[in-house]
Design a protein around this ligand. Structure first.
Ligand SMILES: Cc1cc2nc3c(=O)[nH]c(=O)nc-3n(C[C@H](O)[C@H](O)[C@H](O)COP(=O)(O)OP(=O)(O)OC[C@H]3O[C@@H](n4cnc5c(N)ncnc54)[C@H](O)[C@@H]3O)c2cc1C
Length: 252
């Protein structure tokens, strides 16, 4: 009901695709120009609506990948091969095409740059998208808030934003990035393939005593497992914010 009330105040806008950029063989970033965009917070998402010539219409949610910046937005869409919407967005939509969007949506899964506490980002697969918006917003604002990203993906070829993450983690501003691979690891990688578990979280995330705020995003199973592990490790549940992307059992 609350969501319906909030959405009721949002209008659909027609954005125009300004650029597209492949992130991996199955994921693409779509850069949109959105007239009169009201601005957004890092972590929010938009609804995208597609309408067929016969009037059939369907919509999906996509996180905003970009830091707040004028009338421009970036989304990164990963293709689900049997999906209805994602193959169109990531493979067919082209520069100059219109796209209906509504937003920004969400007030809980957002990072507040005014807050000084350390931030723990934990993303599975495309769940890294809203976390990237937080990293970009931190950098754009020149914030020094300590940030750690744990990014779980199937293999090295499925990592989004790799070069940018490397640059941002090497510029001395206090961002650390750790990759965890579930299926395929690079040569001489320190850990065998596997899912994020208690021992990995204990090694590389902020300790509960440092009172971090944690943002966990990805497939439903991934998010639930990681949030449970954080609580078991002693993190305050009120400081763990989660966003679930879909019904999957956690393939990332
Ligand atoms: C708040 C929010 C933000 C999101 N942000 C992003 C984003 O930034 N990038 C992105 O790529 N996706 C994101 N998603 C997921 C997105 O909304 C769609 O669910 C996804 O693109 C699949 O849509 P589809 O029409 O292609 O597949 P559908 O036709 O809806 O589904 C096809 C099959 O895949 C299953 N399925 C649906 N969604 C998922 C999923 N996420 N994971 C695994 N299996 C699934 C369905 O059960 C079905 O079997 C987000 C979801 C939410 C709720």
């Amino acid at each position: 009901m609350a969501r319906a009330t909030v959405l009721g105040r949002l209008t659909w806008r027609v954005a125009t695709v300004a650029a597209v950029r492949d992130e991996t063989s199955s994921a693409r970033t779509i850069v949109l120009d959105v007239p009169d965009w009201p601005g957004h917070l890092a972590g929010q998402h938009v609804d995208v609506r597609l309408t067929a010539p016969d009037g059939y219409s369907t919509q999906r949610s996509y996180s905003i990948a970009s830091a707040p910046e004028g009338n421009r937005l970036e989304l990164t869409v990963d293709v689900l091969p049997d999906g209805e919407v994602s193959p169109y967005l990531a493979r067919v939509l082209s520069v100059g095409d219109p796209l209906e969007i509504r937003g920004p949506i969400g007030g809980w899964f957002v990072w507040d740059p005014e807050k000084p506490e350390p931030v723990q980002l934990i993303g599975g697969g495309s769940g890294v998208v809203p976390l990237m918006a937080m990293i970009r917003a931190r950098e754009a604002g020149g914030a020094q808030t300590p940030f750690r990203l744990l990014y779980s993906a199937r293999g090295p070829e499925t990592i989004f934003y790799r070069d940018e993450l490397r640059r941002s983690s090497e510029n001395g501003s206090g961002l650390s990035v750790t990759y965890a691979y579930t299926r395929e690891v690079p040569q001489d990688w320190e850990r065998p393939p596997g899912r994020v578990d208690a021992s990995l979280l204990a090694q590389i995330t902020w300790a509960p005593e440092q009172e971090p705020i944690s943002f966990v995003c990805g497939p439903t199973g991934f998010v639930e497992t990681v949030a449970d592990l954080l609580v078991s490790a002693g993190h305050d549940p009120a400081r763990i914010r989660t966003e679930r992307f879909g019904p999957s059992g956690g393939g990332s």
